[in-house]
Design a protein around this ligand. Structure first.
Ligand code: ADP
Ligand code: MG
Length: 316
């Protein structure tokens, strides 16, 4: 058993690709390096650490490449694309962190684990896909792809039509115990990138992947429970979670009990595509015995884990 404090740190999509920048690998590397400041400080503070990360923009790019290469290179299923981004982004985070730790004389190994995550094949979310992925299309194209590619298409605001895929709930991280062992030995593990590769168990007992994506905050909460983490830190683009967000009545939350958070969630303060899954994941982690969740900005990570920034969700 490790005597150190354990944290799972979830890096939001904005950590690596910023909407206001040209999307190049050089920029992705530069942003990755910057996003690691808080993690390096936590490593110095002696935390055992798991890093998880989003992959929305990267999967979007991968889907675009498939479109452009249609008829020339094979179509890849979503599970394989998630695996590819777990590898590519994991490599960038791993190497950037290794170089930083070496520079700062912190002697900790770093490893990336391509992570499969178990979901329920009968999860109601599978019949009702809600997660937008990839490019925008015209209504005509959308109707055509529903027939020819069997995609589910939906209108995304007034911007056009997009493919929607299911976002089933993660139940269990395959290899959670291996991740736990590594973390308890002091290795910094990068895992569950993009929420992990969704798999189910078929009639014969085999793992089988399918076309869906798992929310990275939900997957992070499941993994945090499995490895017995004390803290789940969800790093995103806002400093704090707000009530009445985007209205004149808006106010920020500093410290909230899980019961208060459940009430605010039920009142509809946290939309499904953004803050909702973060708050739900926070509630779930605390209900399962976690000590603290912080939802905070990338820059505030270290302070927030020490309870001095961000929004803290704590047991009653
Ligand atoms: P990430 O890429 O980190 O998962 P998201 O864009 O999915 O980030 O979620 C964070 C965003 O949620 C914020 O940038 C903010 O615009 C939005 N948001 C929605 N509701 C709230 C709220 N109640 N408090 C704070 N931010 C909110
Ligand atoms: Mg998000």
């Amino acid at each position: 058993m490790s005597k150190h404090k354990k944290a799972v740190v979830a890096l939001g999509g904005n950590a690596i690709t910023r909407p206001d920048q040209e999307d190049t690998i050089a920029n992705q590397f530069a942003n990755t390096r910057k996003s690691l400041d808080g993690i390096v400080e936590l490593a110095r503070d002696g935390f055992d650490l798991v890093i998880t990360h989003g992959n929305g923009p990267q999967v979007g790019n991968a889907l675009l490449r498939i479109e452009l290469a249609r008829g020339k290179a094979p179509i890849l299923p979503l599970g394989v694309l998630v695996a590819d981004t777990e590898g590519g982004m994991g490599y960038m985070i791993e190497q950037s962190l290794q170089n930083r730790l070496r520079k700062e004389n912190i002697n900790r190994p770093v490893v990336t684990i391509i992570t499969q995550v178990l979901v329920d094949r009968n999860d109601p979310a599978i019949e009702n896909p809600t997660k937008y992925i990839g490019q925008f299309y015209t209504e005509e194209e959308a109707k055509e792809f529903e027939k020819t590619r069997r995609w589910r298409m939906k209108q995304d605001a007034d911007r056009g039509w997009r493919r929607v895929v299911a976002s089933p709930k993660p139940l269990e991280t395959i290899n959670a115990q291996i991740i736990k062992k590594l973390v308890d030995e002091g290795t910094i593990v990068i895992a569950a990138g993009g929420g992990g590769i969704p798999v189910y168990i078929d009639e014969k007992g085999n793992y089988e992947g399918f076309d869906a994506v798992i929310d990275k905050d939900r997957a992070s909460a499941v993994l945090a429970t499995e490895i017995g983490a004390d803290v789940l830190a969800i790093l995103t683009s806002v400093k704090k979670v707000a009530v009445h967000y985007g209205t004149p009545q808006q106010y920020d939350l500093d410290e909230v009990t899980v019961t208060e958070m459940r009430k605010l969630f039920a009142e509809g303060h946290f939309p499904p595509g953004s803050m909702g899954p973060k708050v739900e994941s926070a509630i779930q982690f605390i209900e399962n015995g976690g000590k603290m969740v912080t939802i905070c900005s990338l820059e505030d990570a270290q302070m927030a884990v020490h309870g001095k920034a961000g929004t803290r969700i704590i047991p009653d």
